[in-house]
Design a protein around this ligand. Structure first.
Ligand SMILES: O=c1[nH]c(=O)c2nc[nH]c2[nH]1
Length: 453
């Protein structure tokens, strides 16, 4: 089913700005032949009734059923695709142990292309089923398996940004899973960029290549320098981990004598198209630098609970005008659902504000600052915020944007939302969706106006 060259009548929600949530009651959204939104006509706009009647008469109006609502597709700004087999496992050790003991051995298995195809196929299907229409993926160091992930996203119709992981540091990466040299890390990245950009099935540019230094500890300075030069040359997206835990943050301070943000910047890796995962331990000047460069942060609240030992100051970041998206961080985070991460983002922000230690008096326990966000900001970050951070025209129902959307069926029998007609309307419905939606509620998924589920 396609919505290209058609108009949809729906009650929709979107949040183009952190404080700008909108309910679009019975809105008419027209989609052009390329999958872009060509018109958004609100029900109180002049000409609305005439247009609706004419479209109905011409038989080109698609109408969402009662109890179903239209939301922008979710944008996952941080996914480790190869870690899907370990989702919900192995979270009882700190990051540095988790990487060496569980994660690098698992990622090394993607030398096996058949294994890669099977797990990547399952992951992309599951993310689409959870409403994720755009995903920013770390793959592995392997060329063939990473290409397979690109092919699978194109086949299944998911908007994706895919990076071959660069990791060449002999002290911090095991012999069995490492780029053999900085030259190999850079050449492999360049080869993946060429593959994505010349892919015959990628004419609509559904998939973008990403320069992906895993994180500073895993990369030599030569690799970071070469990847920075490549970013300048090709204008691609960049993704990496930034100031994510005390161990990682301390390691970079020791090795480079500066923070991750400062170090990435001097290598040319802090661009308008850079996505920094986690970023929990930023200084005030790191935050200013990220905003100045126009880079983005992928907030991963579930994963941070296991590895960070600190809470990303989301509200402060949004108030500074930083671009922030939401990330599941599969499998540092144990859920493939961005709705679950949105709920975690709200919860941790509340705990950050109030403090958590019951042995302290409330006034000693509290952080003393406004830290909380609510469902509106969480919804923004999981949709338009992530899209803006990635510099992609998706995440909102605005003329000129690509129509990436999900239909949430609040009446799904096996779903986890219950609405009551005599009390639930407008914003309350969105609040119940953010707090309650699960895979069973996601009835349809569209990318570029094409139904992909
Ligand atoms: O959550 C994380 N997952 C990873 O795979 C990783 N690698 C470096 N740092 C990381 N953090």
């Amino acid at each position: 089913m396609t919505l290209r060259n058609r108009t949809l009548l729906a009650t929709a929600f979107h949040a183009p700005e952190p404080s700008g949530m909108e309910v679009l009651e019975e809105v008419l959204i027209s989609i052009d032949a390329e999958g872009r939104i060509s018109d958004v006509l609100k029900s109180d706009a002049p000409g609305y009734t005439e247009k609706r009647t004419a479209l109905e008469a011409a038989g080109v109006l698609e109408v969402l059923p009662a109890g179903s609502y239209l939301l922008p597709g979710l944008v996952d700004c941080h996914v480790h695709a190869p870690q899907y087999p370990q989702l919900g496992d192995a979270l009882d050790v700190p990051l540095e142990v988790w990487l060496q003991k569980y994660t690098f051995p698992l990622e090394a298995r993607y030398a096996d292309l058949a294994f890669a195809r099977e797990t990547y196929g399952m992951l992309v299907e599951d993310l689409l089923a959870n409403g994720t229409t755009t995903a920013l993926y770390f793959a592995t160091i392997h060329q063939d398996a990473t290409r397979a992930l690109v092919d699978i996203c194109l086949e299944k119709g998911q908007r994706a940004l895919v990076g071959k992981v660069a990791m060449d540091h002999p002290e911090n990466c095991p012999d069995f899973y490492r780029d053999a040299s900085p030259e190999e890390a850079i050449a492999g990245t360049r080869a993946l960029i060429d593959y994505v950009r010349s892919h015959p099935q990628n004419r609509e540019i559904l998939v973008h290549p990403v320069i992906t230094p895993r994180f500073i500890p895993a990369c030599t300075d030569a690799a970071l320098e070469g990847l920075g030069a490549l970013a300048r040359e090709c204008g691609c997206h960049v993704q990496t981990h930034c100031s994510e835990s005390d161990w990682e943050h301390g390691y970079v301070l020791d090795r480079h004598g500066m923070t991750d943000t400062e170090s990435l910047d001097r290598f040319g890796l802090m661009t308008r198209r850079t996505m920094l995962a986690h970023s929990n331990l930023l200084t005030a000047s790191d935050m200013d630098r990220i905003v100045e460069r126009g880079a983005g942060v992928a907030h991963c609240p579930l994963s941070n609970g296991y590895f960070a030992g600190a809470v990303f100051p989301l509200r402060a970041a949004l108030e500074k005008g930083m671009h922030v998206g939401m990330g599941t961080d599969i499998s540092g985070g144990p859920s493939a659902s961005l709705f679950e991460n949105a709920r975690a983002a709200i919860l941790v922000s509340r705990m950050f504000e109030t403090g958590v230690d019951p042995d302290r008096a409330p006034e000693e326990r509290a952080s003393g600052a406004a830290r909380r966000i609510d469902f509106r900001q969480a919804f923004h970050v999981a949709t338009a915020g992530g899209a803006k951070a990635l510099d992609l025209p998706v995440g909102q129902f605005t003329k000129g944007y690509l129509f990436d959307a999900i239909v949430v069926d609040t009446r799904a029998e096996k779903g986890t939302i219950r609405l009551f007609d005599d009390r639930d309307a407008g914003e309350t419905i969105l609040q119940k969706i953010v707090y309650g939606a699960s895979r069973a509620n996601i009835a349809e998924v569209y990318v570029g106006g094409q139904q992909v589920r």
